[in-house]
Ligand binder design. Structure first.
Ligand code: PA5
Length: 456
């Protein structure tokens, strides 16, 4: 199988000098690697089994949505929005919604992952709701942002179609203990379930991501095949032959050496939202106060999203000459979807002549090579993830490689990469502030700490 390649040459001291990694660094983390290998190969790790599940029913329903609705709107937040958005954005063109609808027989896509009143007002007052399928995603079925969006959109649907408002809805949630589940059952709404053991940020291969993939008509089977092939490769216990482990080991050693910022910079707009998805995965999985033994460790590495070549003209100066506290992961795509030639005009200008008859394809990858060279010359650790193309097969490989790598890094750090107590803390405070019953104690504490005066 052809596979994505992780080139870490420029993480090593041979390439970048004192800020690089050497053999002693690998030896010094041998025990941590062994511990992580034991945990990650646990057969109970459900997220690694997802690409093997049968998805026929989801694919069928995706086809139904495609042929019956003009718009597909996802309401969800965090792991319940970033996966589907990453799949849509990496497989459909950037201007998908602007394509003439009769040319492309696909719905327009909307992902609403905020409770910004202006944003929701704009959408609800512009979208053709009657022809919109709304996929409401919440694993817990308790997330205040998603539930409040749901109430707004269902109220609007009920007013518009009093007898058939449920026809426009799909719920994706946990099979037990979810408000969405209760409402879905009561009103006979179409539902898909997220396996109990899967947390939001590891849910891209559950119905959370797969339904969007099915609606946008991408080759899901190829994506899952890619994920399976990579998963098999990542069964190799030798980290030097395992791309996910190696990625994690390099970042782990970097963290130990004070490189607490991890930048991901794809050289294609199609993967911009994959970096959003990965940022959540990395931040929420690794950012932990306590280790597994209860010691305070305040672990984690701050993910930063960047885009090539855009950020060469904004962030790069800092990456090149600022503090030595960063690792840069560049994502290279050998073959973009389209060829975009630069035409032969103004040949008589010495400033333009060399561009004549070239292409944006050559330009963007030359920019990438130039940056690898510049970072390396400046002694800056950089890794290249190389995708042969933007084919779904390689995307599937990349998604699971990053998931396994994240979990592995968590196990090396000896923390739990699957919980998110910090997120829960924020959720509880918001419940308290919004006056939910049972959260009175937190409300009192907020009153004192934030000096809030509750007027209502
Ligand atoms: O990764 C996570 O667990 C979180 O980011 C959740 O996805 C997010 O808080 C939304 O939760 P839920 O899907 O329960 O609405």
């Amino acid at each position: 199988m052809e596979k994505i390649v992780i080139d870490y040459t420029n993480m090593m001291s041979e390439s970048i000098g004192v800020h690089g990694i050497n053999d002693d660094d690998f030896i010094s983390v041998k025990g941590d690697i062994e511990r992580a290998v034991k945990r990650i190969t646990d057969k109970q790790l459900m997220f690694r089994r997802l690409p093997y599940e049968n998805i026929d029913k989801i694919v069928e329903y995706g086809k139904y949505i495609r042929s019956n609705f003009k718009n597909f709107l996802v309401l969800g937040i965090g792991g319940s929005a970033l996966g589907p958005k990453a799949i849509f954005k990496s497989t459909c063109g950037r201007y998908h919604n602007e394509y003439k609808i009769d040319k492309v027989p696909l719905p327009k896509f909307y992902f609403e992952d905020n409770v910004d009143p202006d944003r929701i007002y704009d959408l609800i007052n512009t979208i053709d709701l009657e022809n919109t399928c709304i996929n409401i995603i919440s694993k817990s079925g308790k997330t205040i942002e998603t539930l409040s969006q749901m109430m707004i959109f269902i109220d609007a649907l009920q007013k518009l179609k009093p007898d058939s408002w449920t026809d426009n809805l799909v719920f994706t949630t946990d099979k037990d203990n979810s408000v969405l589940l209760d409402i879905g059952k009561k009103y006979g709404i179409k539902m898909f379930y997220i396996p109990q053991e899967i947390g939001g940020r590891y849910s891209i291969f559950t119905p959370v991501g797969i339904l969007t993939a099915a609606v946008c008509g991408c080759d899901i089977h190829s994506m899952l095949k890619g994920a399976r092939d990579m998963n098999e490769l990542c069964n190799n216990e030798d980290y030097t032959k395992n791309p996910a482990f190696m990625y994690a080991v390099l970042q782990y050693i970097s963290m130990k050496r004070g490189k607490n910022i991890s930048i991901m910079m794809p050289y294609t707009d199609s993967l911009k939202f994959v970096t959003d998805w990965f940022s959540q995965l990395w931040a929420e999985s690794l950012g932990k106060k306590y280790d597994i033994d209860g010691n305070v460790v305040n672990a984690g590495q701050t993910p930063v999203r960047a885009l090539g070549s855009v950020d060469q003209h904004s962030q790069l100066q800092l990456y090149m000459e600022g503090p030595f506290d960063k690792v840069v992961t560049l994502i290279k795509v050998d073959k973009h979807r389209y060829k975009m030639p630069i035409p032969t005009i103004f040949e008589d200008s010495s400033e333009l002549k060399f561009l004549c008859n070239s292409s944006l394809n050559k330009l963007i990858n030359s920019e990438l090579e130039a940056i690898i060279y510049a970072l390396t010359q400046n002694g800056r650790p950089n890794i290249v993830i190389n995708l042969p193309s933007l084919d779904e097969y390689y995307l599937g490989q990349m998604f699971i490689m990053l998931e396994i790598g994240t979990a592995f890094a968590g196990y090396m750090l000896n923390i739990n990469p699957f919980d998110q107590p910090g997120v829960e803390h924020g959720k509880i405070s918001t419940y308290a502030l919004m006056g939910k019953e049972g959260f009175e104690e937190r409300r009192k504490s907020l009153e004192i700490t934030n000096k809030i005066k509750f007027l209502v």
